[in-house]
Design a protein around this ligand. Structure first.
Ligand code: ADP
Ligand code: MG
Length: 223
């Protein structure tokens, strides 16, 4: 099985008028199957920029990104969409759930888009939401859920298609400390149970310490 992430010599700069800011200055990072890696760095250090590149959401970089064995530079739009759909799950700081759909429907949709049958998709959605303690919240819409519950639904959605790799960008950054601890613990338990790998951006040392490995983003490089 290929490593979920192999990044070598990744560089990304942003030009604004006459100024160029080098945000990523030569990143090397491998994440192995089933490994949960914390990407630690202060605000503005480039964590989101790195996750967006690895998630094949943004071009404009130099270097090599291999996701699930596929070199990003060799993929066209369809190829990138296929990898995102089949190999990747995303969790953001703000849940980005569809407001007019229930919790269950939000977890169903990515499976239906990928071509799953509706019975299997529904069973998977219920199983994931049940494992997160949301078995009584299947019919709730996002606005009817607490912030912690919204993030749990987003976690269930990210895992719906059994991705090899979950990319999470400050997944508990919008929650109070107690809720953040609980949601992160459940996220880690579920990701481990699924055998998925994860790259989790955070500026919180304490939360980072609960993952398998910590890499630090400093001045555009990983220490
Ligand atoms: P973090 O997620 O660690 O807070 P980001 O990756 O969001 O950091 O941003 C890193 C740096 O890159 C910041 O200085 C930010 O202003 C700059 N940056 C990010 N995206 C863009 C963009 N689209 N255009 C210009 N500058 C950007
Ligand atoms: Mg960020």
């Amino acid at each position: 099985m290929s490593d979920p992430i192999v990044v070598t010599g990744l560089r990304r700069a942003f030009t604004q008028g006459s100024r160029t800011i080098e945000v990523l200055r030569g990143i090397d990072l491998t994440v192995r199957a089933g490994e949960i890696v914390a990407l630690l760095g202060p605000s503005g250090s480039g964590k989101s920029t790195l996750l967006q590149a690895v998630g094949l959401l943004e071009g404009g970089f130099e270097g090599s990104i291999r996701i699930a064995g596929q070199e990003a530079a060799t993929l066209d739009d369809d190829g990138r969409t296929r990898i995102r759909r089949e190999a990747l799950g995303f969790v953001y700081q703000f849940h980005h759930l569809l407001p007019d759909f229930t919790a269950e429907e939000n977890v169903l949709l990515p499976q239906i888009i990928r071509g799953a049958g509706s019975d299997a998709a529904m069973a998977r959605a219920r199983s994931l939401l049940g494992a997160l303690g949301l078995g009584e919240r299947l019919e709730h819409r996002p606005a009817q859920l607490s912030g912690g519950e919204q993030q749990q639904v987003a976690v269930a959605r990210a895992l719906a298609n059994r991705p090899a790799l979950v990319l999470a960008d400050e997944p508990t950054g919008n929650l109070d400390e107690t809720t953040a601890d609980r949601v992160l613990a459940e996220f880690l338990r579920l990701v481990r149970g699924e055998g998925a790998a994860a790259l989790v951006a955070t500026h919180n040392e304490r939360l980072a310490g609960r993952m398998d490995r910590v890499v630090r983003l400093q001045e555009g490089l990983l220490a």
